[in-house]
Design a protein around this ligand. Structure first.
Ligand code: ME8
Length: 518
């Protein structure tokens, strides 16, 4: 483990259906952090992937008349295309059907069995024969199968169990001693009070009622059931327990596992207990973000009330979608996704505030100075205040991004953009342009606008993969060294003599009335 490495993961998604905007939310957030850390000079490992085993996928495949592998292969192609469309810069993509992953899961299972952390017993549950599903008593609806509403029978099935209960005290101690481990803090209290302190039961980790899973090597009527298979991805992807474990040595423990709030429990109880049993270090942080809701309900693949990210990106562009996802809702909280809110954000923040600033600045250099930033310029009122606000922004953005506060970080950047727009109103360059003797002051004003945009564009890079480049192109910045992250903290690097390129509007306004009617 080097000091300069940074390992970030998303959950591995179920390829049971096409992914929706909720999955994109986690992945875009992880991507923004990965990009930010790379800009800061870290050696980043960013992992995402798919969780492909289990009865649900086996059934879906049967219904479609294909093998489970054929079924997931097709969905995974679409998922990879989606990440490409959203400009996701993951370094690896793990599939739980990868041979290396399956082999390592088998080794992990065997090791835990050999050392007594996994044992064979009986799983007692309520069985729905037509659905071939086990349910716990609390899952039943009016004593019937929650899926099909038919009668269930109390049945016993031979299963392997993981000794989760053995790790309870160590887990409580670890969480209490490491307050950063579970974030936001509210989720830490929830884990301690609702799950850990009341007591943990051992966990059923194998099944015999379906076979689409990783076989248990020493008892092949069993397949490894869900969480041991899924959670292990974070280390199997790095070559854990394999000959080529250089990445494991380099990047583990993970700096942050980003997950939705509904799976915080698995990541902060089962996963650390597994790692304790394996004698491996625990991840530094599990961050459980909130849900994107749709008209009061959670999006779900099966409900069909999904928002298709492919359609949204085609319509509004990748940067607008990424901006909206990261800006609209504070990361730890739930928030509502609506087309109307999306269009409002695009029009007010992107088209108005940012887009207008770019086009006004470039237009003025074009119109008043023949497209070339002149050398002679004069300082004046409002300059120092503008400079102060803009130069305060980079460290605020860093502090907030380090805490995964995307929305507040963007809001700080927009404060700098608004301050710059206000500076135009204060300095009235159109008036200065009328008087030849104010030419140097006019140049000073416009220079400050360009400089402010240079700084803002550097800071936008983690969030928006396309816009900064467009701004640099229009401002005629060729020397990339002035665009390095650290140079967002230095004022005065926009080059004299830069030749601007007046281009297309970077964010066209959207006619909300027309859009909502479609
Ligand atoms: O749970 N709002 O996979 P999954 C915000 N395979 N985030 C959302 C969301 C929404 N409406 N809907 C989904 C699994 N997500 C397991 C994980 S990890 C070892 C195994 C995001 O396909 C969020 O990150 O159901 C959530 O945790 C994840 O997708 C669930 O994806």
């Amino acid at each position: 483990m080097g000091n300069n490495t940074f390992y970030i993961t998303t959950p591995i998604y179920y390829p049971s259906d096409k992914l929706h905007i909720g999955h994109s939310y986690t992945t875009v957030a992880a991507d923004a952090i990965a990009r930010y850390k790379r800009l800061k000079g870290y050696d980043v490992m960013f992992l995402t992937g798919t969780d492909e085993h289990g009865q649900k996928i086996q059934r879906k495949a049967e219904a479609k008349g294909v093998t489970p592998k054929q079924y997931v292969d097709e969905i995974v192609v679409g998922i990879k295309e989606l990440w490409k469309l959203l400009k996701i810069t993951n370094d690896k993509f793990i599939r739980t059907t990868d041979k290396e992953h399956e082999q390592t899961v088998q080794k992990i299972f065997k090791k835990l069995y050999d050392q007594g952390d996994i044992y064979k017993s009986e799983y007692e549950g309520w069985y729905c024969t037509p659905c071939e599903s086990f349910w716990t008593k609390t899952q039943l609806v009016d004593g019937k199968c929650p899926d099909c509403g038919r009668e269930v029978e109390l049945t016993k099935e031979e299963s392997y169990f993981f000794r989760l209960s053995k790790y309870q005290d160590r887990l409580i101690k670890f969480i209490e001693e490491n307050p950063d481990f579970i974030q936001p803090v509210s989720r830490q209290n929830e884990m301690l009070n609702n799950f850990l302190r009341p007591g943990l039961e051992d966990l059923c980790v194998s099944r015999t009622t379906f076979n689409w899973g990783v076989p248990v090597t020493f008892d092949d009527k069993h397949v490894v059931y869900v969480w041991i298979d899924a959670l292990s991805n974070y280390i199997t992807a790095l070559g854990y327990m394999s000959e080529n474990d250089a990445d494991y040595k380099k990047y583990w423990p993970a700096d942050v596992h980003l997950v939705g709030k509904e799976i915080v429990r698995f990541h902060t109880i089962i996963w650390p207990a597994m790692l304790m049993a394996l004698g491996e270090p625990l991840p530094k942080q599990v961050y459980g973000h909130g849900w994107l809701l749709l008209e009061g309900g959670k999006m779900s693949k099966s409900k069909g009330n999904v928002v298709d990210p492919v359609i949204l990106v085609d319509k509004y562009g990748v940067d607008a979608i990424r901006y909206f996802l990261l800006r609209e809702v504070p990361f730890g909280s739930d928030g509502v996704f609506s087309n109307e809110a999306l269009i409002n954000r695009i029009n007010s923040d992107l088209a108005n505030d940012l887009g207008n600033l770019v086009s006004r600045t470039v237009t003025m250099i074009d119109k008043y100075f023949g497209g070339v930033m002149p050398e002679e310029r004069q300082a004046g009122d409002f300059d120092e205040d503008l400079k102060k606000i803009v130069l305060e922004t980079p460290s605020k953005v860093e502090e907030l991004l380090d805490k995964l506060q995307f929305s507040s970080a963007l809001s700080e950047i927009w404060k700098a953009i608004s301050r710059t727009n206000k500076y135009i109103d204060e300095t009235t360059p159109w008036k200065l342009a009328k008087d030849e003797s104010s030419k140097a002051r006019l140049a000073g004003v416009i220079y400050n606008l360009a400089e402010s945009l240079r700084i803002v564009s550097i800071l936008l890079q983690p969030f928006m993969p396309e816009t900064p480049e467009k701004i640099w192109q229009q401002l005629g910045i060729e020397d990339k060294s002035i665009l390095e992250w650290e140079n967002s903290k230095n004022w005065g690097l926009y080059p004299v003599g830069a030749k601007v390129n007046k281009g297309d509007v970077i964010f066209p306004r959207i006619d909300i009335k027309k859009e909502m009617e479609e």
